[in-house]
Design a protein around this ligand. Structure first.
Ligand code: ADP
Ligand code: MG
Length: 250
């Protein structure tokens, strides 16, 4: 579902991703862990067309997101191709990014109606089903400010699901939450994983990563240092950098 090969990306003189390789198979949950500044968010942004890559190759569901071979020009995708690819990808950030002036239901139906031309009744039916899926069936008429952080994040997830993505990207979805609200959001991620959703999750929740992911990738200095089943990465990491990162977490 996702293939990244030898990806490089710099901001000015600072190399943020280099020789970055990662695959995520259909139905697989991969957690991305690593120190702050190691390039986790940048990679997700590259996958979702929010940032161009400098070289290498990224494809989602067999469609090229971006590539450049030495000496060859980066192929520019048309805005239409980019829109089509992005609608295959759902992204949930640390912040909740809901439209504050819209009720929960309208937050969910906006993009399907405007981008996909879904009629209002169908969009509403789908929105109610998505809210049910994240345990918020009763909140359709509420404004975001009336919801807890955990509820807002679950609305954010429901909103991403409205576009029927084939790949979900999560960037520290629980980092902005009060500790007592983290569990309810992780439970939603667990349910999605159990339902077969393909997911790439940047997280500091190591217990979650261990319990839910098929593979864990440890990222440091802009590349994947090692990647494997959670038991292998957490219990017998091959690389010293992974060991010292995990040791620092305690
Ligand atoms: P992580 O998510 O692993 O904490 P990031 O991908 O956010 O790491 O950042 C990796 C590095 O890239 C950091 O050194 C950060 O300062 C830098 N960086 C990220 N975004 C930008 C940007 N838009 N412009 C310049 N530097 C950036
Ligand atoms: Mg980040």
């Amino acid at each position: 579902m996702l293939v990244a090969r030898d990806v490089s990306k710099s901001y000015g003189r600072q190399t943020v991703l280099s020789h970055f390789d990662l695959t995520v198979d259909e139905g697989e949950v991969v957690c991305l862990i690593g120190p702050s500044g190691s390039g986790k968010s940048t990679f997700l942004r590259c996958v979702n067309h929010l940032e161009p890559i400098d070289s290498g190759e990224v494809s989602v569901a067999g469609h090229l997101v971006g590539y450049r071979r030495t000496g060859a020009r980066l192929r520019e995708l048309s805005p239409r191709e980019i829109a089509a690819q992005r609608s295959d990808i759902g992204m949930v950030f640390q912040g909740f990014n809901l439209f504050p002036h819209l009720r929960v239901l309208d937050n969910l139906t906006l993009a399907p109606r405007k981008v996909r031309g879904v009629d209002a009744a169908t969009a509403e039916t789908r929105a109610r089903a998505a809210l049910e899926r994240v345990g918020l069936a009763g909140k359709a008429a509420a404004y975001p400010r009336r919801l807890s952080g955990g509820e807002q994040q679950r609305v954010g997830i429901a909103r991403a699901l409205m576009m029927e993505p084939r790949l979900m990207l999560f960037d520290e979805p629980t980092s902005a939450l009060d500790p007592e609200r983290v569990g309810e959001v992780l439970d939603v991620l667990r349910d999605l994983a159990a339902g077969g959703m393909t997911m790439l999750v940047v997280t500091h929740e190591m217990e979650f990563a261990r319990a839910v992911s098929h593979r864990v990738a440890f990222l440091d200095g802009g590349s994947v240092v090692e990647c494997g089943p959670p038991g292998q990465i957490f219990d017998s990491p091959a690389e010293e950098r992974t060991r010292s990162f995990l040791r620092r977490l305690g």
